[in-house]
Design a protein around this ligand. Structure first.
Ligand SMILES: Cc1ncc(COP(=O)(O)O)c(C=O)c1O
Ligand SMILES: N[C@@H](CCSC[C@H](N)C(=O)O)C(=O)O
Length: 414
């Protein structure tokens, strides 16, 4: 671990942008807090201004104002980070260029000889960065089935520096017991960092910091922004020393989120609650439809999910991403290509619905042999459900299944 930097180089520390400032000490419901922002703008602008500037003038060579250079800090980014800290129950949030950039900042806490425990089902880009670190950084990475507590604890030792969890995982929607794993890690390897990628649920449905994990990060490209019009990542922590180390890397490497993207993300996040609720309700309808058709559907909103109870002990929602198998790669390809409303695209958490085959798209960077060893089905179809009308989404799937020859009766004749 690197030595910490003096806090004097940090931009203004976050304070909650909440109506309780100057008013009663009241914490409102998340749906309320998420839309409420306060800006210190001199004109009391309702929308936080975009400080589209690289530099800030100083009163003299020796006096520095709150900001000097946007890589080190920018008022629009500070507003975004304060707002996210409030909704993620964090003392500090850092906004960076992408979800992978967030992961990179976190990974720079590692040193050669360190060991990392990560899932055997995880986003392809995360797998790629971990493989890079294992190949070039002298770091041992153990990929285990994180649904099994014993599989995780078997790999814990005094070299364990990080345990990296996704729950639900992308794309197999596996659930891991974040509170129990965190406690076991803290007991067995007290210096190890537990980091959770919360991209699949967003803070509206799950807040792993509440379970005592050290770091939560998300690809804000997904639910937090919601419109697939920007790339961003966020890192949330409650330990100020850890925040300083992470901020040091953000400043040193220059991956802080640009002002315009901060503004877009701040705008997008205000509709998170309502977007998530609708997308999730659509996902439930779609998951039930597919299960009713006899497919093996992976979605924590279904009672058939093997970790259904565990999921609901941690989360407030099932999310809007589900996956299912068809039994044949060719049939899956035909279904994906016959969809008209569902866009064939990577990513998720957007207002419009997407269909993809992870092994050919989001997880293609994982070696096919490794995918097979980890039992990632090649025929898996992932659905990332948006906020359209649920019956239109189901109708389009029926049409695609019929076109693909998987559904025998013509749905238009039903
Ligand atoms: C679970 C998960 N984490 C992290 C990332 C990386 O985010 P980004 O694409 O914003 O770099 C992605 C997708 O890209 C993801 O699906
Ligand atoms: N070509 C990209 C693929 C990005 S996948 C984005 C997203 N996380 C998802 O799961 O769909 C790459 O190689 O990273």
């Amino acid at each position: 671990m690197s030595s910490s930097v003096p806090s004097s180089v940090l931009p203004p520390s976050p304070a909650p942008s909440t109506p309780r400032l100057g008013g009663p000490q009241r914490r409102y419901k998340l749906e309320t807090e998420i839309v409420y922002t306060e800006s210190p703008d001199q004109y009391r602008s309702s929308s936080v201004p975009i400080y589209q500037t690289a530099t800030f003038k100083q009163a003299s060579g020796s006096e520095m104002g709150e900001y000097d250079y946007t890589r080190s800090g920018n008022p629009t980014r500070t507003q975004l980070e304060r707002h996210l800290a409030k909704i993620m129950n964090a003392s500090r949030v850092l906004a960076v260029a992408s979800g992978m950039s967030a992961m990179d900042v976190i990974a720079r806490l590692l040193r050669p000889g360190d060991e990392v425990i990560a899932g055997d089902d995880l986003y392809g880009g995360t797998n790629r960065l971990l493989k890079y670190l294992a190949t070039n950084g002298g770091i041992a990475v153990h990929h285990v089935d994180t649904t099994s507590i014993s599989a995780v604890t078997e790999k814990l030792n005094d070299k364990t520096a990080m345990v990296l969890l996704e729950s639900p995982t992308n794309p197999l929607i596996k659930i891991c017991d974040i509170p129990t794993i965190t406690k076991l890690v803290k007991d067995a390897a007290p210096n190890a960092i537990v980091a959770v990628d919360n991209t699949m649920l967003s803070p509206i449905a799950q807040n792993p910091l509440d379970f005592g994990v050290d770091i939560v990060y998300e690809s804000a490209t997904k639910f937090l922004s919601g419109h697939h019009d920007l790339m961003a990542g966020v890192i949330a922590v409650n330990d100020e020393q850890l925040a300083e180390k992470l901020f040091f890397t953000v400043n040193a490497t220059g991956c802080g989120l640009a002002p315009f993207d901060c503004w877009l993300l701040l705008r997008g996040v205000k509709t998170l609650a309502i977007r998530f609720e609708k997308a999730q309700s659509n996902a439930q309808t779609v998951a039930e439809f597919l299960e009713g058709m006899g497919f093996k559907v992976r979605y924590p909103g279904l009672k058939s999910h093997p970790q259904y109870d565990l999921h609901w002990s941690m989360a407030r929602g099932a999310g809007a991403v589900l996956s299912f198998e068809t039994g044949s790669v060719e049939a899956s390809e035909r279904i994906v290509e016959s969809a008209r409303l569902w866009g064939i695209s990577v990513s998720f958490g957007c207002v419009n619905s997407l269909i993809s085959m992870p092994c050919k798209m989001s997880h293609a960077s994982i070696d096919p042999k490794v995918r097979a060893e980890r039992a990632l089905p090649e025929d898996l179809i992932r659905l990332c459900v948006g906020i359209e009308d649920a019956s239109d989404l189901v109708d389009d799937l029926k049409h695609a299944l019929f076109q693909a020859g998987v559904l025998k009766a013509d749905p238009t004749s039903c």
